[in-house]
Design a protein around this ligand. Structure first.
Ligand SMILES: Nc1ncnc2c1ncn2[C@@H]1O[C@H](COP(=O)(O)OP(=O)(O)OP(=O)(O)O)[C@@H](O)[C@H]1O
Length: 385
């Protein structure tokens, strides 16, 4: 009987051969070639345990991979049952994979993620669209540049890549050797996802492609020595926020909201992603915070009041750190006009109510020390999976 069990128990080679027929659904190469097979254990009763490394934690295709591995190994003669245990590649393994996918050429590093980087990176986030996130981003950038800081903007808003238009940056990126030179306007270097899509077509990239695009914007674009880098993120709590956290763990988050209750709640959700990603929240900016009445001196609270304070208090509670309201930007026709004309209001009308409020916030952010203090180490608990 014992010899019969031995004869029918699958060999490790047979299991590995079966795994070689499973392709990674995104990279379209056998998982055995990608270093994704962590372990194979075959019990005498024919139970096969397979350990698989996913490339990223929270991989959306984990179920597909598990199902494909199970199906392939089940076909091996003698395999009684198959158990798949998932793990996540370490940064080192991921780098090795990336290098091998590029045919041995090492990945260019993201300068802002290096331990010695002095560039402050702010991700401008909002819960929903249309709250003025891009307007705030370009005005903060233009104001800081006018104050003499070296500033860059990455427009990563796949739904509304409006940063180049608002900054008046109509140039195209150029390629020098293997570096991308970003166009600049108002003293701000800018790169946008919109510069790489034909016409003004909407971007339908998701997950890994977006991650790759962002990686290129950060690593392959020649930014030079920046004081501040601002990233205009898509609204909500999407893949790109996670990607930014992985690529630049020390990036801080700026949350833009309107005073409206409903907007504040979603903004708080968007901000609280920082808890999961271990990022710091630099503060909350309340936009569209009242409008000066055209007939009297009173402010009209078009979108209600208190949203910025509510978000800041909520995030202070969730993160356990002090999250300040950095300022309130009133509704101001000149801000919209400046955006449409490619001349941010902080430059076209610096003393207008919105211009002055934005310059004040930019002054606070720009005055913060360049340096390593408060920098997150970007460590993620290993039990995350
Ligand atoms: N304080 C303000 N006063 C007047 N108009 C404003 C103000 N803030 C933003 N706007 C206008 O509101 C519109 C939406 O702003 P913006 O594109 O900056 O929002 P957004 O949050 O980036 O949107 P999305 O994420 O959908 O791209 C624009 O036309 C902009 O000019």
């Amino acid at each position: 009987m014992a010899t019969e069990t031995q004869a029918t128990t699958p060999t490790e080679d047979a299991v590995r051969a079966a795994l070689a027929t499973v392709n990674d659904p995104e990279i379209h190469r056998p998982i055995t070639d990608l270093g994704m097979v962590k372990s194979i254990a075959i019990a005498p009763d024919g139970t096969v345990d397979v350990g698989i490394y996913l490339t990223v934690s929270g991989c959306p295709l984990r179920e597909t991979i598990t199902a494909n591995v199970t199906e392939a190994v089940q076909r091996v003669p003698g395999a009684a049952s198959v158990r798949v245990e998932l793990d996540v590649m370490s940064d080192e393994q991921r780098r090795e994979l990336a290098t091998s996918l590029r045919g041995g050429k090492a990945e260019r590093e993201i300068p802002f993620a290096q331990p010695g980087s002095l560039t402050r990176v702010y991700c401008v986030a909002s819960g929903k669209g249309g709250v003025g996130k891009s307007s705030v981003t370009v005005n903060l950038a233009a104001s800081m540049a006018a104050d003499g800081l070296k500033v860059g903007v990455v427009d990563a808003d796949i739904y509304g890549h409006s940063v180049p238009r608002m900054l008046g940056a109509d140039g195209q990126p150029t390629q020098v050797e293997d570096m991308i030179m970003p166009p600049s306007a108002q003293g701000v270097k800018v790169i946008s996802i919109g510069m790489f899509t034909p016409g003004n077509s909407p971007v339908v990239w998701r997950g890994p492609m977006l991650h790759r695009a962002l990686q290129q914007f950060l690593a392959d674009v020649y930014w030079g020595d920046l004081d501040v880098l601002l990233l205009d993120l898509p609204p909500g709590t999407g893949d790109i926020a996670i990607s930014v956290a992985q690529l630049i763990p020390n990036a801080e988050i700026l949350v833009v909201t309107t005073p409206q209750q409903a907007a504040a709640e979603v903004a708080e959700r968007a901000g609280s992603i920082a808890v999961q990603t271990h990022q710091k929240i630099a503060g909350v900016i309340e936009n569209m915070s009242g409008m000066p009445c055209p007939h009297c001196d009173e402010m009209v609270d078009v979108f209600g009041t208190g949203g910025g304070k509510q978000v800041a208090e909520g995030l202070t509670r969730t993160t356990g750190t002090d999250v300040p309201v950095l300022g309130g930007i009133p509704i101001d026709l000149r801000l919209r006009e400046g955006g449409d004309a490619g001349k941010p209001v902080v430059l076209s009308d610096p003393d207008s109510p919105a211009g002055a409020a934005l310059r004040d916030v930019a002054g606070k952010l720009g005055a913060r020390e360049r340096g390593l203090a408060g920098m997150s180490l970007g460590l993620t608990p290993s039990n995350k999976f």
